[in-house]
Ligand binder design. Structure first.
Ligand code: IPE
Ligand code: IPE
Ligand code: MG
Length: 231
């Protein structure tokens, strides 16, 4: 009898970009240098993801918990985000990539919220792929906000209605989640959305995660059998 259908190419790849600080430490560089290297890698890696035919690429760039990091590190990260929007939105427009940001922007400096809105607006015609940046994002906070909205509506909601109350409404659920940087955990990323996501963990620190390693992860995914509880 034929085996279960294998997974093939994921439609949505989510990436937890972890290990930037350790990458810098190994080189006796400040953590900020690791974040810069990580941002540069993120830009070319997301291009590689779309080149392979993936429709949606979500990158976890800052969690709600990361907002408790020292002020100096946060300042550096916010500057990097500003730089990212200033330099990359035009590139995304040219490549017909739609930009979407998920997370609680009210936790970030106001001007970042404005850059996000402008970036989303400028790229809104993009139909070749969707790049989702998770900034100030927390899975529990995402779920809780949806629960509270459902409560305000004053009635029970279905799974579909609940999904539509999350930041990720309009997006397919992630098929493949890649986490770099050795840790074997989800760190409050897409908790509801990753119920049936395939996980791929690697020790490689994010700035060292090459396109070849992406291909290795995609190959591993392609061979997975997704059963969704069936046999
Ligand atoms: C991931 O790298 C980027 C962010 C969480 C902002 P880290 O900063 O967590 O790097 P490590 O884990 O300390 O090496
Ligand atoms: C996860 O990395 C969050 C992001 C990559 C944005 P962390 O470095 O914050 O995760 P923990 O603290 O090791 O779980
Ligand atoms: Mg980390």
């Amino acid at each position: 009898m034929k085996k279960q259908t294998q997974a093939g190419l994921p439609r949505h790849v989510a990436i937890i970009m972890d290990g930037n600080g350790r990458w810098a430490k190994k080189r006796l560089l400040p953590r900020s240098a690791g974040h810069r290297a990580g941002m540069n890698r993120m830009i070319s890696l997301s291009e590689a993801v779309f080149d392979r035919g993936v429709e949606v690429c979500t990158v976890f760039a800052l969690s709600t918990e990361n907002l408790s990091r020292p002020e100096e590190e946060l300042k550096g990260l916010f500057s990097l985000f500003r730089e990212y929007f200033a330099k990359n939105v035009e590139k995304l427009v040219k490549k017909h990539i739609l930009l979407k940001v998920i997370g609680n922007l009210s936790l970030l400096p106001e001007d970042i919220g404005e850059l996000v809105r402008a970036g989303e607006e400028e790229t809104k015609g993009g139909d070749k792929g969707t790049l989702v940046l998770a900034i100030g994002y927390g899975g529990r906070q995402d779920i809780l906000a949806a629960v509270n909205e459902a409560v305000r509506r004053g009635r029970e909601v279905s799974e579909e209605e609940f999904s539509a109350l999350l930041y990720t409404k309009d997006l397919p659920e992630p098929d493949l989640l890649i986490r770099t940087g050795k840790e074997l955990r989800i760190s409050n990323f897409l908790l509801w959305q990753s119920a049936y996501t395939e996980f791929y963990f690697t020790d490689t620190l994010f700035p060292d995660f090459t396109d070849e390693e992406l291909d290795k992860a995609l190959k591993a995914y392609a061979a997975r059998e997704r059963r969704y509880g069936k046999i």
